[in-house]
Design a protein around this ligand. Sequence first.
Ligand SMILES: [Ca+2]
Ligand SMILES: [Ca+2]
Ligand SMILES: [Ca+2]
Length: 300
Amino acid sequence: MNWFHSHLPARLIVLSLTLTARAQLSVPQASVVFTDVTQSVGLHWTHVNGATPEKYLIETMGGGAAFLDYNRDGRLDILLVDSGCHKFSGNCKPSGNTLYRQNADGVFTDVTQAAGLAGSPTYGMGVAVGDYDNDGFPDIYITGFPRSVLYHNNKDGTFTDVTQKAGVSAEGWSTSAAWFDYDHDGQPDLFVGRYMEWNYSRNPYCGEHRPGYRSYCHPEQFPSISSRLFHNNETTTMAHSQKLGSRLVSPTARMAKRSPAWEWTRRMLMGMGFRSFGSSTSTTNLTTSSITMAMELSRM
Ligand SMILES: [Ca+2]
Ligand SMILES: [Ca+2]
Ligand SMILES: [Ca+2]
């Protein structure tokens, strides 16, 4: 055994200690500190899910939140999405979707009633904010079960539910959404990530068959459903601000030639379902991937 081999372990240890010491010395000290100001700025809100012993799977989801300047006063406001109470929740008091306006002093005021956002028609999941009609005021799309909701910003501090007129209810269970202009026509389009085929009667028993031991079923026990891509058919702006179309997008041959990823994306968007892309990945993650891929598509 030569000197190199006989001394190699010791030299590696010394080298390791040296690198560790240098790494510790080079760690920057935090220069920014965050403080929980939720209560002091007037945000008194708790998400409600109306959970039941029957373990309906929608109860496992949280609600979304968004910062938006809905009244364009230069101060960000906050929208909190509640799941609330479903039809079997029994004695349940929902918090309800809540819009907080930020005042000049940094304190928030609940303006939900005045804004026309009280009484959500869906069990809320997520929210996507976007100015779909290009009038300069942000609009709100809330995903949920059994459908989603589009609120148009009326520019006077109020919103109007235009879901049916726009054709973007995305019936079923939707979890996330994103606004993006996939075809570069200047009109924001809408991608809606949906979760699975589920309803109250499709609720198998999971867990142990004794009181208190029923559990929520694994998502893979339910069939997947396709996401939705809505093309904004608007050709003008303010005059026809509520004509967001519901036409599902068909890919063009030009797109298919430009990117091999397009065919993969197209099949995912058009209904092959999530699970064909990997059984080890959760449906939720694939929903996120769907959004990512769709946004990649917008850059083609
Ligand atoms: Ca504001
Ligand atoms: Ca708008
Ligand atoms: Ca577009």
